[in-house]
Design a protein around this ligand. Structure first.
Ligand code: GUE
Length: 311
Protein backbone atom coordinates (compact mmCIF):
# COMPACT_ATOMS: atom_id res chain seq x y z
CA UNK A 1 0.00 0.00 0.00
CA UNK A 2 1.50 3.34 -1.00
CA UNK A 3 -1.38 5.70 -0.30
CA UNK A 4 -1.48 7.71 2.91
CA UNK A 5 -4.26 6.39 5.16
CA UNK A 6 -6.67 9.06 6.37
CA UNK A 7 -7.68 7.45 9.66
CA UNK A 8 -11.08 8.41 11.00
CA UNK A 9 -10.85 7.66 14.74
CA UNK A 10 -8.22 10.30 15.72
CA UNK A 11 -10.06 12.99 13.75
CA UNK A 12 -13.40 11.91 15.24
CA UNK A 13 -11.77 12.23 18.67
CA UNK A 14 -10.75 15.84 17.89
CA UNK A 15 -14.27 16.69 16.74
CA UNK A 16 -15.74 15.03 19.85
CA UNK A 17 -13.36 16.91 22.17
CA UNK A 18 -14.49 20.19 20.59
CA UNK A 19 -18.16 19.18 20.93
CA UNK A 20 -17.61 18.21 24.58
CA UNK A 21 -15.97 21.56 25.38
CA UNK A 22 -18.82 23.48 23.76
CA UNK A 23 -21.42 21.30 25.50
CA UNK A 24 -19.87 22.08 28.88
CA UNK A 25 -20.41 25.83 28.29
CA UNK A 26 -24.18 25.38 27.89
CA UNK A 27 -26.50 25.75 30.89
CA UNK A 28 -27.55 22.11 30.58
CA UNK A 29 -26.04 19.09 28.77
CA UNK A 30 -27.50 18.80 25.24
CA UNK A 31 -30.10 16.06 24.96
CA UNK A 32 -30.31 13.77 21.89
CA UNK A 33 -33.27 11.47 21.29
CA UNK A 34 -32.78 8.60 18.84
CA UNK A 35 -35.81 6.77 17.47
CA UNK A 36 -35.40 3.38 15.88
CA UNK A 37 -38.20 1.27 14.39
CA UNK A 38 -37.96 -2.51 14.00
CA UNK A 39 -35.22 -4.97 14.82
CA UNK A 40 -32.59 -4.64 12.10
CA UNK A 41 -29.40 -5.70 13.95
CA UNK A 42 -27.18 -3.23 12.03
CA UNK A 43 -29.47 -0.32 12.96
CA UNK A 44 -29.56 -1.44 16.58
CA UNK A 45 -25.76 -1.61 16.63
CA UNK A 46 -25.28 1.90 15.10
CA UNK A 47 -27.80 3.35 17.54
CA UNK A 48 -26.01 1.76 20.51
CA UNK A 49 -22.72 3.24 19.26
CA UNK A 50 -24.21 6.72 18.90
CA UNK A 51 -25.79 6.60 22.36
CA UNK A 52 -22.59 5.33 24.04
CA UNK A 53 -20.48 8.07 22.41
CA UNK A 54 -23.03 10.69 23.49
CA UNK A 55 -22.51 9.71 27.12
CA UNK A 56 -18.72 9.75 26.70
CA UNK A 57 -18.74 13.43 25.68
CA UNK A 58 -21.17 14.57 28.36
CA UNK A 59 -24.39 14.63 26.34
CA UNK A 60 -27.68 13.12 27.43
CA UNK A 61 -29.34 10.62 25.09
CA UNK A 62 -32.47 8.50 25.07
CA UNK A 63 -33.25 5.69 22.64
CA UNK A 64 -36.84 4.86 21.69
CA UNK A 65 -36.88 1.37 20.15
CA UNK A 66 -40.32 0.94 18.57
CA UNK A 67 -41.72 -2.36 17.25
CA UNK A 68 -41.53 -3.25 13.52
CA UNK A 69 -45.36 -2.91 13.34
CA UNK A 70 -45.37 0.76 14.46
CA UNK A 71 -47.76 2.82 12.32
CA UNK A 72 -46.83 6.12 10.71
CA UNK A 73 -49.39 7.88 12.94
CA UNK A 74 -47.76 6.45 16.06
CA UNK A 75 -44.30 7.56 14.96
CA UNK A 76 -45.58 11.04 14.04
CA UNK A 77 -47.25 11.31 17.46
CA UNK A 78 -43.94 10.55 19.18
CA UNK A 79 -42.12 13.13 17.02
CA UNK A 80 -44.77 15.71 17.90
CA UNK A 81 -44.19 15.08 21.62
CA UNK A 82 -40.40 15.37 21.16
CA UNK A 83 -40.78 18.57 19.09
CA UNK A 84 -42.75 20.19 21.92
CA UNK A 85 -40.40 19.07 24.69
CA UNK A 86 -38.02 22.00 25.40
CA UNK A 87 -35.64 19.59 27.09
CA UNK A 88 -35.04 17.73 23.80
CA UNK A 89 -32.38 19.45 21.63
CA UNK A 90 -31.88 16.86 18.88
CA UNK A 91 -34.09 14.22 17.25
CA UNK A 92 -32.77 11.47 14.99
CA UNK A 93 -35.01 8.86 13.36
CA UNK A 94 -32.76 6.02 12.25
CA UNK A 95 -33.24 4.99 8.61
CA UNK A 96 -34.39 2.84 6.90
CA UNK A 97 -37.97 2.67 8.17
CA UNK A 98 -40.40 -0.23 7.65
CA UNK A 99 -42.53 -0.03 4.46
CA UNK A 100 -45.76 1.14 6.17
CA UNK A 101 -44.02 4.41 7.15
CA UNK A 102 -43.33 7.09 4.52
CA UNK A 103 -39.83 8.41 5.13
CA UNK A 104 -40.63 11.87 3.69
CA UNK A 105 -43.60 12.34 6.07
CA UNK A 106 -41.34 11.61 9.03
CA UNK A 107 -38.49 13.85 7.88
CA UNK A 108 -40.96 16.72 7.27
CA UNK A 109 -42.39 16.31 10.77
CA UNK A 110 -39.16 16.81 12.74
CA UNK A 111 -38.69 20.39 13.99
CA UNK A 112 -35.94 21.75 11.66
CA UNK A 113 -34.17 23.25 14.70
CA UNK A 114 -33.89 19.77 16.24
CA UNK A 115 -33.07 18.02 12.94
CA UNK A 116 -29.54 16.81 13.80
CA UNK A 117 -29.48 14.64 10.63
CA UNK A 118 -30.08 17.72 8.45
CA UNK A 119 -32.69 15.82 6.42
CA UNK A 120 -35.64 18.22 6.83
CA UNK A 121 -36.42 19.99 3.51
CA UNK A 122 -35.78 23.38 5.16
CA UNK A 123 -32.24 22.32 6.11
CA UNK A 124 -31.73 20.69 2.70
CA UNK A 125 -32.79 23.96 1.03
CA UNK A 126 -30.55 26.10 3.24
CA UNK A 127 -27.61 23.80 2.45
CA UNK A 128 -28.14 24.15 -1.32
CA UNK A 129 -28.60 27.91 -0.92
CA UNK A 130 -25.16 28.04 0.73
CA UNK A 131 -26.53 28.91 4.18
CA UNK A 132 -26.13 25.62 6.00
CA UNK A 133 -27.34 25.30 9.60
CA UNK A 134 -27.63 21.62 10.52
CA UNK A 135 -25.89 19.51 7.85
CA UNK A 136 -26.06 15.74 7.28
CA UNK A 137 -23.56 13.92 9.47
CA UNK A 138 -21.65 11.73 7.01
CA UNK A 139 -21.02 14.54 4.47
CA UNK A 140 -20.13 17.06 7.21
CA UNK A 141 -17.81 14.46 8.78
CA UNK A 142 -16.08 13.93 5.41
CA UNK A 143 -15.50 17.69 5.02
CA UNK A 144 -14.00 17.82 8.53
CA UNK A 145 -11.75 14.84 7.68
CA UNK A 146 -10.50 16.46 4.44
CA UNK A 147 -9.76 19.70 6.26
CA UNK A 148 -8.02 17.93 9.13
CA UNK A 149 -5.64 16.11 6.74
CA UNK A 150 -4.99 19.23 4.67
CA UNK A 151 -6.56 17.94 1.44
CA UNK A 152 -7.23 21.03 -0.71
CA UNK A 153 -10.88 21.31 -1.75
CA UNK A 154 -11.17 24.78 -3.34
CA UNK A 155 -10.62 24.44 -7.07
CA UNK A 156 -10.31 20.64 -6.89
CA UNK A 157 -12.23 18.27 -9.15
CA UNK A 158 -14.51 16.24 -6.88
CA UNK A 159 -16.43 13.24 -8.20
CA UNK A 160 -19.09 11.60 -6.02
CA UNK A 161 -20.36 8.16 -7.01
CA UNK A 162 -23.85 7.85 -5.51
CA UNK A 163 -26.76 10.28 -5.29
CA UNK A 164 -28.46 9.29 -2.03
CA UNK A 165 -30.19 11.80 0.22
CA UNK A 166 -27.97 10.66 3.12
CA UNK A 167 -24.61 11.12 1.42
CA UNK A 168 -24.23 11.90 -2.30
CA UNK A 169 -26.56 14.86 -2.66
CA UNK A 170 -25.69 16.76 0.54
CA UNK A 171 -21.97 16.10 0.04
CA UNK A 172 -22.24 17.61 -3.46
CA UNK A 173 -23.66 20.78 -1.88
CA UNK A 174 -20.95 20.96 0.81
CA UNK A 175 -18.14 20.45 -1.71
CA UNK A 176 -19.68 23.06 -4.00
CA UNK A 177 -20.00 25.50 -1.07
CA UNK A 178 -16.28 24.85 -0.43
CA UNK A 179 -15.46 25.82 -4.06
CA UNK A 180 -14.78 22.37 -5.53
CA UNK A 181 -15.85 21.55 -9.09
CA UNK A 182 -18.38 18.81 -8.41
CA UNK A 183 -19.65 15.90 -10.50
CA UNK A 184 -22.26 13.47 -9.19
CA UNK A 185 -22.11 10.08 -10.93
CA UNK A 186 -24.56 7.23 -10.37
CA UNK A 187 -25.75 3.85 -11.63
CA UNK A 188 -26.81 5.32 -15.00
CA UNK A 189 -23.57 7.19 -15.64
CA UNK A 190 -21.99 6.20 -18.96
CA UNK A 191 -18.29 5.26 -18.81
CA UNK A 192 -18.01 5.68 -15.05
CA UNK A 193 -14.23 5.11 -15.15
CA UNK A 194 -13.68 8.06 -17.49
CA UNK A 195 -15.59 10.28 -15.07
CA UNK A 196 -13.91 9.02 -11.88
CA UNK A 197 -10.42 9.33 -13.45
CA UNK A 198 -10.97 13.10 -13.59
CA UNK A 199 -11.24 13.28 -9.80
CA UNK A 200 -8.69 14.86 -7.48
CA UNK A 201 -11.11 13.83 -4.73
CA UNK A 202 -13.13 10.67 -5.41
CA UNK A 203 -16.00 9.79 -3.07
CA UNK A 204 -17.44 6.27 -3.30
CA UNK A 205 -20.94 6.24 -1.82
CA UNK A 206 -22.86 3.73 -3.91
CA UNK A 207 -23.08 0.73 -1.57
CA UNK A 208 -21.37 -1.76 -3.92
CA UNK A 209 -18.29 -3.72 -2.83
CA UNK A 210 -15.24 -3.28 -5.13
CA UNK A 211 -17.07 -0.76 -7.34
CA UNK A 212 -13.97 1.45 -7.53
CA UNK A 213 -11.02 -0.42 -9.05
CA UNK A 214 -7.44 0.91 -9.50
CA UNK A 215 -7.82 1.83 -13.20
CA UNK A 216 -10.73 4.15 -12.28
CA UNK A 217 -8.51 6.30 -10.07
CA UNK A 218 -6.18 9.13 -11.13
CA UNK A 219 -2.71 8.50 -9.65
CA UNK A 220 -2.29 10.53 -6.46
CA UNK A 221 -6.02 11.20 -5.99
CA UNK A 222 -7.68 11.26 -2.57
CA UNK A 223 -10.25 8.46 -2.28
CA UNK A 224 -12.97 8.57 0.38
CA UNK A 225 -14.81 5.27 0.90
CA UNK A 226 -18.33 5.74 2.29
CA UNK A 227 -19.50 2.18 1.53
CA UNK A 228 -20.78 0.05 4.40
CA UNK A 229 -21.27 -3.43 2.94
CA UNK A 230 -21.59 -6.55 5.06
CA UNK A 231 -20.11 -9.48 3.14
CA UNK A 232 -19.27 -13.09 4.00
CA UNK A 233 -15.66 -14.21 3.77
CA UNK A 234 -14.48 -17.70 2.68
CA UNK A 235 -15.19 -19.14 6.15
CA UNK A 236 -18.73 -17.75 6.03
CA UNK A 237 -17.96 -15.05 8.59
CA UNK A 238 -19.55 -11.62 8.07
CA UNK A 239 -17.32 -8.57 7.83
CA UNK A 240 -17.51 -4.98 6.71
CA UNK A 241 -16.12 -3.71 3.39
CA UNK A 242 -16.46 -0.40 1.56
CA UNK A 243 -17.02 0.39 -2.13
CA UNK A 244 -13.30 0.68 -2.97
CA UNK A 245 -11.19 -2.30 -4.07
CA UNK A 246 -8.12 -2.76 -1.78
CA UNK A 247 -5.71 -2.48 -4.76
CA UNK A 248 -6.71 1.19 -5.15
CA UNK A 249 -4.20 1.86 -2.34
CA UNK A 250 -1.40 1.34 -4.91
CA UNK A 251 -2.68 4.22 -7.09
CA UNK A 252 -4.32 6.73 -4.75
CA UNK A 253 -2.34 9.40 -2.94
CA UNK A 254 -4.51 9.15 0.16
CA UNK A 255 -7.52 7.10 1.16
CA UNK A 256 -9.90 6.15 3.94
CA UNK A 257 -10.48 2.55 5.07
CA UNK A 258 -13.65 0.69 6.08
CA UNK A 259 -14.01 0.29 8.99
CA UNK A 260 -12.02 3.08 10.64
CA UNK A 261 -12.64 5.85 8.10
CA UNK A 262 -15.85 7.77 7.54
CA UNK A 263 -18.07 5.77 9.99
CA UNK A 264 -16.56 7.19 13.18
CA UNK A 265 -16.74 10.70 11.65
CA UNK A 266 -20.50 10.25 11.13
CA UNK A 267 -21.06 9.50 14.80
CA UNK A 268 -18.83 12.37 15.97
CA UNK A 269 -20.57 14.81 13.63
CA UNK A 270 -23.99 13.72 14.91
CA UNK A 271 -22.96 14.71 18.42
CA UNK A 272 -21.38 17.96 17.16
CA UNK A 273 -24.70 18.70 15.42
CA UNK A 274 -26.58 18.01 18.66
CA UNK A 275 -24.38 20.54 20.49
CA UNK A 276 -24.87 23.00 17.59
CA UNK A 277 -28.65 22.56 17.77
CA UNK A 278 -28.60 23.17 21.53
CA UNK A 279 -26.42 26.29 21.08
CA UNK A 280 -28.80 27.69 18.44
CA UNK A 281 -31.84 26.93 20.60
CA UNK A 282 -30.32 28.62 23.65
CA UNK A 283 -29.18 31.61 21.57
CA UNK A 284 -32.63 31.97 19.98
CA UNK A 285 -34.19 31.91 23.41
CA UNK A 286 -31.79 34.51 24.89
CA UNK A 287 -32.40 36.78 21.85
CA UNK A 288 -36.16 36.60 22.23
CA UNK A 289 -35.87 37.10 26.00
CA UNK A 290 -33.94 40.32 25.31
CA UNK A 291 -36.21 41.64 22.55
CA UNK A 292 -39.47 40.61 24.16
CA UNK A 293 -38.57 41.94 27.59
CA UNK A 294 -40.81 44.86 28.47
CA UNK A 295 -38.95 47.80 30.05
CA UNK A 296 -38.51 48.35 33.79
CA UNK A 297 -40.43 46.14 36.21
CA UNK A 298 -41.33 43.35 33.76
CA UNK A 299 -37.64 42.58 33.08
CA UNK A 300 -37.12 40.66 36.28
CA UNK A 301 -40.07 38.37 35.54
CA UNK A 302 -38.91 37.65 31.97
CA UNK A 303 -35.44 36.74 33.11
CA UNK A 304 -36.97 34.45 35.68
CA UNK A 305 -38.98 32.70 33.00
CA UNK A 306 -35.90 32.49 30.78
CA UNK A 307 -33.92 30.97 33.60
CA UNK A 308 -36.55 28.32 34.03
CA UNK A 309 -36.93 27.42 30.35
CA UNK A 310 -33.21 27.33 29.69
CA UNK A 311 -32.71 25.27 32.88
N1 GUE B 1 -31.16 8.87 10.34
C1 GUE B 1 -30.01 8.25 10.09
N2 GUE B 1 -28.85 8.90 10.24
C2 GUE B 1 -27.67 8.25 10.01
O1 GUE B 1 -26.58 8.87 10.14
C3 GUE B 1 -27.69 6.89 9.60
C4 GUE B 1 -28.92 6.27 9.46
N3 GUE B 1 -30.07 6.96 9.70
N4 GUE B 1 -29.01 4.98 9.07
C5 GUE B 1 -27.84 4.17 8.84
C6 GUE B 1 -26.63 5.00 8.44
C7 GUE B 1 -25.32 4.29 8.65
N5 GUE B 1 -24.62 5.06 9.66
C8 GUE B 1 -23.40 4.68 10.21
C9 GUE B 1 -22.90 5.26 11.35
C10 GUE B 1 -21.70 4.83 11.92
C11 GUE B 1 -20.99 3.82 11.34
C12 GUE B 1 -19.72 3.36 11.99
O2 GUE B 1 -19.38 3.78 13.09
N6 GUE B 1 -18.95 2.45 11.35
C13 GUE B 1 -17.72 1.90 11.90
C14 GUE B 1 -17.82 0.39 12.05
C15 GUE B 1 -19.07 -0.10 12.68
C16 GUE B 1 -19.21 -1.63 12.64
O3 GUE B 1 -18.20 -2.33 12.76
O4 GUE B 1 -20.36 -2.09 12.47
C17 GUE B 1 -16.58 2.18 10.95
O5 GUE B 1 -16.82 2.36 9.75
O6 GUE B 1 -15.45 2.17 11.40
C18 GUE B 1 -21.46 3.23 10.21
C19 GUE B 1 -22.64 3.67 9.63
C20 GUE B 1 -25.39 6.11 10.04
N7 GUE B 1 -26.54 6.15 9.35
Amino acid sequence: MSARVLAGPPVAAALLADAAARASRLPTPPNLVIVRVGDDPASASYVRGKSRKAGEVGLRSTVHALPETTSQAQLLALIDTLNRDDDVNGILVQLPLPPQIAEAAVLHAIDPRKDVDGFHPLNVGELWAGRPALTPCTPAGIMYLLEHYGIPVAGARAVIVGRSHLVGRPLAALLLNADATVTVAHSRTRDLGAVTREADILIAAAGRPDLITPEMVKPGATVIDVGINRVLNAEGKGHLVGDVHPDVAAVAGALTLVPGGVGPMTVAQLLANTVRAAELQHAAYSDSAQTDAAPTDAVQTDLGVAGELVR
